[in-house]
Design a binder for this molecule. Sequence first.
Ligand code: FAD
Ligand code: NAP
Length: 533
Amino acid sequence: MTKQRISVIGAGASGLSSIKCCLDEDLEPVCFERTDDIGGLWRYQENPEEGRASIYKSVIINTSKEMMCFSDYPVPDHYPNFMHNSQILEYFRMYAKDFDLLKYIQFKTTVCSVKKRPDFSTSGQWEVVTECDGKKEVDVFDGVMVCTGHHTNAHLPLESFPGIEKFKGQYFHSRDYKNPEAFAGKRVIIIGIGNSGGDLAVEISHTAKQVFLSTRRGAWILNRVADRGYPFDVAHLSRLQHRLSKICGQALTNAYLEKRLNQRFDHEMFGLKPKHRALSQHPTVNDDLPNRILSGLVKVKGNVEAFSETAAVFEDGSREDDIDAVIFATGYSFAFPFLEDSIKVVKNKISLYKKVFPPNLEKPTLAIIGLIQPLGAIMPIAELQGRWATQVFKGLKKLPSQSEMMADISKTQEEMAKRYVESQRHTIQGDYIDSMEEIAGLLGVRPSPLSLAFTDPKLALQLLLGPCTPAQFRLRGPGKWAGARKTILSTDDRIRKPMKTRVMDKSDSAASAVALGRFMLALILFAVIVAYF
Ligand code: FAD
Ligand code: NAP
């Protein structure tokens, strides 16, 4: 039997893992990448390229290596927990090389259109038009995985800022920011307090005369470094904590989280406190921002009402003169221009079953991969989506009826609207553990701590109390990986390894405290598991 041919569009993180998912399912992937290299957003370049996301030179990821890695490919143990963008790219290069993915990628090839074949209702096939060196080609595929990312098109809402056209200084979107050199000694306004706004404010404030960080509703600020120095996502994304927060409900979880965040610094005192709750916005993660505010180098301001040639007037009536530059860190819009016939996106709103499948196709042969804004890392979720999609393409997993999918989409959208502040950046939100477990459930790879409690208590304990790492979804079912157990149990070693740069004697008391801790943990295993279920 001939293999089903799958077109993978884009060779960023989502595209690379999708190619591998196809290979694991014995499908034939053909990946089209418009640029001349892999890595997508994580390949830094001095000049932004059209059609590809663009990052600044200093970007350090805010999801830790144990939580952002692919499920059967841990990040090397000596790599730092929060990697610089160059190391993320190195990791993707290793992944592509070790799984021999490059030979499936056609570089400098842009996908121009993806259309149903006339016999789509029976064949499920797509006609894909590509362009390479000005030459167009048409090919037919049995399935399409769209992996084009959602941080490419700048959202630049200039219409909300009267007078900006008169402003004589420089103004541009954060997509075009590369480094702080041009802002030394300048007075700079940054609009927006997402992760770009926070990072840019901190970086520029090291050499600028003054940075103003303008936010229309404030923000809760999380930090990468959690208790005892563990990465925040490692410390807080365990199944037990997840279960407890479900039992307690959003209100209590928010109250607890906000209390912790205010213990670090009082958000009201720092002018950052929003009206909304901590879990009602996409998290802004920034360890340095409070420090810069406390040093007076970053001043928090409200929304800008209007600009003049040299000044900004804020909604509270205050005014800042002699402004040299304005950076709009106002986020992104996404679109799939090559898919106009099959998918509509209106103000970042899109209807997809489990954020992957358009519900209205006669055959489920088109999947959008990585179109999620999780409270956590995107890559392992995109990988799980790819594993599920390829099983669906093969007919090994079935989708529900169109009406059931539509009902599920409506429910998800209602829940999102209820929880999040209305903003075009909150249309594809998802919690990390919920998103992973949901797709894993559909795919049949969701681990069961309870059933493991009697056969492998050590592993069960780690599944329950440890961080919910991607390898946990390789213990069983399709795509089961023999290295999963070892990888899960050595998580802590890989977290600690990069910090072991100075040899120290372990004191006896520290060693015995660790031993006692382990004993206590083992003792509570059964109690916790019983309580969990
Ligand atoms: P991309 O990396 O955007 O790759 C898409 C690829 O598709 C590109 O190579 C592009 O050239 C190609 N392409 C597009 N259109 C076409 C076409 N028509 N034909 C052919 N090829 C095409 N996520 C996290 O999980 N953790 C983080 O800490 C984090 N930090 C971030 C920091 C910044 C500054 C930004 C902007 C985003 C960050 N993200 C983070 C989100 C980021 O989008 C993901 O990490 C990840 O890059 C998504 O991968 P992707 O493959 O889906 O998309
Ligand atoms: P973002 O998360 O969408 O944030 C955009 C900000 O701009 C929000 O504060 C938003 O406010 C504000 N804004 C939008 N339109 C506005 C308007 N008309 N008037 C005033 N304010 C407006 O965008 P981002 O910060 O560029 O982040 C994009 C993605 O990249 C996110 O996933 C983020 O986590 C990621 N990222 C990660 C890092 C890192 O890992 N170090 C760094 C940068 C970015 P509202 O909330 O009120 O809409």
